[in-house]
Design a protein around this ligand. Structure first.
Ligand code: GUN
Length: 284
């Protein structure tokens, strides 16, 4: 049986570390501020936004939640972002995705000041990740950052390993591949048009599943002793199911994340970490 990578425990440790930093910032009169913008009332998005707001408040971060109607215009949404960009109490801005079809998502992402882009989605930040720039202020996307923390804090050494990423999204697949390259892994990104995907997955020392299909990864797609990271959050008959068939995969994996309680809690912890980082760099 494999070792279970406990995202709840690891995210708890990260939040404890952040509490210390936030306390120090507060003493200096520099309370970190996070604004989360929710457009419309998508139930999953509303739940995520509520959890982000709650965690921020618990850690002592000044949290502002802006819930706007689904029929907001592009210009009205851009105005809200502009105000947050110019608000000194706000260090981090997050616009919850997906956005309604009439909104140009790329324009919204580019409107957020790169120094307040705690989601790490702005082209300045993705560009710095792509080009491996570590000497400038750079925000990396929260789920990929959380994945790296999970792997490293569970004692697994990434250097030189073969990593296979299933999924090529801008939020998870592409950025996690770049972070793994920075850690000196060798990367294969697989997607819906990949040939012989099961064989490629089965060659991975580190397998990251981010395809959004319940139990897509079967036991024979997992190498003996592999580190398996399940990013999937699929709702099946009212229950949360990952992208990995946990029962089968855990017979072969050396270490594996559960769903829930694996990657999920890490995304929020890393958002808090990025917000503290934004405050630390704000105005210095
Ligand atoms: N929707 C799903 N994941 C994310 C995320 O990490 N950030 C934002 N803004 N929206 C999301």
């Amino acid at each position: 049986m494999s070792k279970v990578i406990d995202g709840k425990k690891i995210s708890g440790e990260i939040k404890e570390e952040l509490k210390g930093k936030i306390k120090k910032l507060k003493e200096e009169g520099r309370v970190p501020g996070l604004a989360v913008v929710l457009v419309g009332d998508n139930p999953a998005s509303a739940t995520y936004v509520k959890m982000k707001d709650k965690t921020a408040t618990e850690l002592g971060i000044h949290s502002v939640k802006k819930n706007v109607e689904a029929d907001i215009t592009q210009d009205e949404l851009l105005d809200i972002i502009d105000n947050l960009n110019n608000d000194d109490k706000i260090d981090g801005i997050l616009v919850q995705l997906p956005l309604p079809d009439h909104i140009d998502e790329h324009e919204i992402i580019e409107a957020v000041h790169p120094g307040k882009d705690v989601d790490g989605f702005h082209p300045v930040n993705t560009g710095r990740l792509f080009s491996g720039q570590q000497d400038k202020l750079r925000f990396d996307p929260c789920t990929p950052l959380g994945i790296i923390e999970l792997i490293e804090r569970s004692g697994y050494d990434i250097e030189g390993k073969d990593a296979v990423v299933l999924g090529r999204s801008n939020i998870v697949g592409k950025p996690v591949a770049h972070l793994l390259i920075e850690k000196n892994a060798t990367i294969t990104i697989c997607h819906s048009r990949t040939r012989n995907l099961p064989e490629k997955a089965a060659s991975a020392d580190i397998l990251v599943a981010a395809v959004g299909r319940p139990e897509f990864v079967t036991g024979d797609m997992v190498k003996e002793g592999a580190c398996v990271i399940d990013v999937g959050i699929n709702r099946v008959d009212g229950e949360l199911v990952g992208d990995v068939d946990y029962e089968a995969a855990s017979q072969k994996a050396g270490a594996i994340t559960p769903v829930p309680g694996g990657v999920g809690p890490m995304t929020i912890a890393m958002l808090m970490s990025n917000t503290v980082k934004a405050r630390e760099h704000h105005g210095v």
